[in-house]
Design a protein around this ligand. Structure first.
Ligand code: NA7
Length: 556
């Protein structure tokens, strides 16, 4: 079917393009959404701001960029042929390989014909009389669609901090979340890196090998676990593939974070010192994010958490030779795991190199950036190039950039001024037929994103199919259900240690952003069950309206 032939029978004359669904974004969420909606026979247009598919993996091309979830698990499960045939080369896939995978999926499933690249969605307004959305794009077009799906990603709105003098810096400035396509060679250059989250921690060891001198400006020391990355052998891939049905089932239904791993049945304080230490040592040697699942109470009990945090602090002190640098690198202002734990390759060891300096900008914040230096503590650190590894306006930033107006002209930004409000992270009351994939209020960034993406896409597809079969024109979250859900998300978060950190989960990295805990922490298995029950009860908590009801209501 051509993109313009809608089965809804709408007129697609030039100047009045109309689709059943407009999807915003062609990352992993947008691509799978398109694939599934085509299965319903719908006309779909995907708009993607980037020059190709891949979403966050299209933009985050900095040296050392990799996924922190293992490649065999950070991959689609919807096609068994795909998961059986794709050969991941390493335990943790590097960014270029993930991007190749995204391109392979686009080609394999013939997705490109319905994806319009280099095009932003600027505005979307709900037309209450038609029960449809008018969507304005950066190429000056206006299209209409019955549904809009925001597949805009949680970590896609790169954030450049407002640092005095930055615009007057004479060297090159790069942002990890918006990295140039050409190879950047730092050989022989003095480089400054601002930011020590996952991105900074991944790129520091790589740039340290090239730069004549690397100065790392650290505001918050982070916990990081060695990745122990290595090439995957064919035998390892085969063993994994043979177990895929169970691995995927477990990740979807039982795991909290969408990752197949052991489920601990003990708390950290149930073991004696020696036994606990041995378990931490074993996980440290294995490497990766699952360090946090040694025990079942590390995210809940501060005393338990301290045992893991102390272990990692000791490891840092063992690796880093200069005691003062080691001390600065030891995180001390948040429980381990309450900020996204990092996974690194030789990050701490990089500080043993003579060409790497760590500068504490917590005690002495950056005063200004001059033409060729970063000034802090009254001292100028000369640099030829600056790398901003300063993160994203996470979870809501990309949605907020689109001017979205729902019922009665209310904008989503107005509604979310005090923090995002959604029902199940999927819809926001007052914005009918507008779905969000991995939105605030869903497990999203606390999970293996692809597991959460597939669950949301499947749910949305089923929901649209249900509406069409029963003749419903519009669907929207009801306010009471939404308020309950927002309260529940908040309540669950506050049973954990997560809110104790000034993290981007809380919006704390953006000056002025309301601080509420955005992702749902109840776990992907529990969350999936809730979503399934809602659907089984005829989409409880959502209101669906048929065309006739709408018209009758309007004329009465
Ligand atoms: P993060 O995790 O948000 O890290 C950003 C880093 O930049 C963090 O160390 C910040 O310190 C620092 N930062 C931010 N603004 C400033 C200013 N103004 N001055 C100094 N330092 C600053 O982003 P990443 O890109 O590393 O990772 C994002 C996610 O991508 C990651 O969690 C994975 O899921 C993948 P702060 O901690 O705020 O003190």
């Amino acid at each position: 079917m051509s993109a313009l032939q809608s089965i809804s029978g709408k007129n697609n004359a030039p100047g009045s393009e109309s689709y059943d669904v407009v999807v915003v974004g062609a990352g992993f969420a947008g691509m799978y959404m398109l694939h599934k909606l085509r299965g319903l026979g719908l006309s779909v247009r995907v708009y993607e701001q980037g020059g190709d598919v891949g979403g966050t993996w299209y933009w985050n091309r900095y040296p050392g960029a990799r996924c922190d979830v293992e490649s065999m698990q950070y991959s689609y499960s919807f096609s068994d042929e795909l998961q059986q045939q794709w050969n991941w080369s390493e335990r943790y896939a590097p960014q270029p390989e993930i991007l190749r995978y995204a391109n392979h999926v686009a080609d394999r499933f013939g997705l490109r014909s319905d994806i319009q690249l280099n095009t932003r969605v600027d505005r979307a307004a709900f037309d209450e009389s038609e029960n449809s959305w008018s969507v304005a794009t950066s190429d000056g077009r206006a299209v209409s669609a019955k549904y809009v799906v925001l597949a805009t990603g949680c970590l896609s709105n790169a954030r450049t901090p407002d640092i005095k003098g930055l615009s007057g810096f004479k060297g090159q400035v790069y942002h990890t979340g918006h990295w140039p396509h050409e190879q950047i060679d730092f050989t022989g250059r003095r480089v400054g890196v601002i930011g020590t989250g996952s991105s900074g921690i991944q790129l520091v060891p790589v740039i340290a090998e090239q730069a004549s001198h690397l100065t790392v400006f650290q505001r918050t020391a982070n916990f990081s676990i060695p990745a122990r990355n290595a090439a995957l052998t064919e035998a390892e891939r085969e063993a994994f593939r043979a177990k895929y049905p169970e691995i995927r089932r477990f990740a979807r239904e039982e795991a909290r974070n969408g990752i197949y791993t052991e489920m601990p049945d003990r708390g950290a304080l149930d073991d004696g010192d020696d036994e606990r230490r041995a378990k931490y040592e074993q996980r440290w040697s294995r490497g990766g994010l699952t360090f946090m699942s040694v025990y079942n109470n590390l995210a809940l009990d501060k005393a338990a958490n301290d045992t893991a945090a102390n272990f990692v602090r000791e490891k840092i002190a063992e690796i880093v030779k200069d005691p003062q640098t080691a001390k600065l690198l030891q995180p001390n202002n948040h429980p381990i795991g309450s900020k996204r734990i990092c996974v690194d390759t030789d990050y701490f060891a990089a500080f043993n190199r003579p060409n790497v300096t760590l500068v504490d900008i917590r005690s002495n914040p950056i005063e200004e950036i001059t033409a060729n230096a970063v000034r802090t503590g009254g001292k100028d650190y000369q640099v030829d190039a600056l790398v901003l590894a300063t993160g994203f306006d996470a979870m809501t930033g990309s949605v907020a950039k689109i001017d979205i107006s729902g019922r009665n002209g209310q904008t989503l930004n107005q509604k979310w001024a005090a923090g995002p409000k959604t029902y199940l992270g999927l819809m926001s009351a007052g914005f009918p037929n507008l779905f969000i994939i991995t939105g605030p209020g869903s497990p999203s960034v606390l999970s293996n994103m692809i597991v959460s993406i597939e669950q949301h896409v499947d749910w949305i597809t089923d929901c649209i199919g249900y509406m069409r079969r029963r003749g419903f024109e519009a669907m929207e979250a009801n306010t009471v259900a939404e308020d309950h859900w927002v309260a529940h998300v908040n309540e669950v978060a506050h049973t954990t240690l997560y809110p104790q950190a000034n993290s981007w989960y809380m919006g704390a990295n953006i000056p002025g952003k309301p601080q509420i805990f955005m992702p749902y922490i109840g776990g992907v298995g529990v969350y999936r069950q809730i979503c399934n029950e809602v659907a089984a009860k005829g989409y409880e908590g959502f209101a669906m309206t048929a065309a006739e009801t709408q018209k009758m209501a309007a004329s009465s």
